[in-house]
Design a protein around this ligand. Structure first.
Ligand SMILES: N[C@@H](CCC(=O)N[C@@H](CS)C(=O)NCC(=O)O)C(=O)O
Length: 235
């Protein structure tokens, strides 16, 4: 029998796993009740493992199989471990992919520049130079400081972009309905990332719907997302 899957994660200086893409896989493993071995990496470690085959985390290794890309990983998990499926079928998978695309384009892209400096400052010291260089290059040479400058003024647009979530979560405790599904895990992963680094809370103090859902989501699976290293998400 194959050993437990091994999950290569990205960790901050404080040891906390922070990647939103890793977090969705952590939730998926917990949903299926699967134990796993964690391999904590810094950003600059990724090319040094598994023969440099992968450029991003999460990476899942299971027996002789290894893969990156969170969507490939979760579909593999459903094939290799059919118990407690993550998707009831191809239609649900496609709908959750749409949620993921919406989240990335409408929310992630707005949040990313505002919090890159916080990620830099929370990263392992040996990863910071690479992080700054790669992210500033991505933003056309703009410094992380310039990207974060005046960021409080950008938060109303981020909060407005989250309105579809509020409308949906006012009707049911989870995006999956009465129980969480992978759509919840995708969005919870984003907030695990932000909450791991943010020095400015992204959400308004009176956002009761998102507060309730985040509390429920972080409490899942024996408190998978609860951690006293998390920073306040609500002002
Ligand atoms: N599409 C990938 C995205 C993964 C990704 O972007 N991971 C980031 C961490 S959040 C990473 O490993 N970056 C490596 C680097 O920047 O060198 C997935 O879904 O797994």
């Amino acid at each position: 029998m194959d050993p437990a899957p091994r999950l290569y994660e990205l960790v901050l200086e404080n040891g906390r796993s922070a990647s939103p893409f890793v977090w969705r896989v952590r939730y998926a493993l917990a949903h299926k009740g699967l134990a796993f071995e964690s391999v904590p990496l810094g950003l600059t470690d990724i090319p040094t493992v598994l023969g440099g085959r992968f450029r991003t985390v999460p990476i899942l290794e299971h027996g002789t199989t290894a893969m990156a890309e969170s969507w490939d990983i979760v579909q593999y998990l459903d094939r290799a471990f059919p118990q407690r499926p993550l998707f009831s079928g191809p239609a649900e998978l496609q709908m959750v992919r749409l949620v993921d695309t919406w989240l990335l384009l409408e929310v992630g892209r707005r949040l990313l520049p505002l919090y890159l400096l916080d990620v830099h400052d929370a990263a392992r010291p040996e990863d910071r130079e690479y992080f700054r260089r790669s992210r500033e290059a991505y933003f056309g040479g703009t410094s992380l400081e310039a990207l974060a400058a005046g960021r409080a003024a950008q938060l109303p647009a981020v909060r407005a972009a989250l309105e579809p979530l509020r409308l949906q979560l006012a009707q049911a405790p989870f995006l999956g309905g009465t129980a969480p599904n992978f759509a919840d895990y995708v969005v919870l992963g984003l907030f695990q990332w932000i909450g791991s680094v943010c020095t400015l809370p992204p959400l308004a103090g009176d956002d009761a719907v998102l507060r309730g859902w985040l509390e429920r989501g972080f409490a899942l699976y024996d408190g998978i997302g609860q951690d006293n290293r998390l920073r306040p998400l609500f002002e």
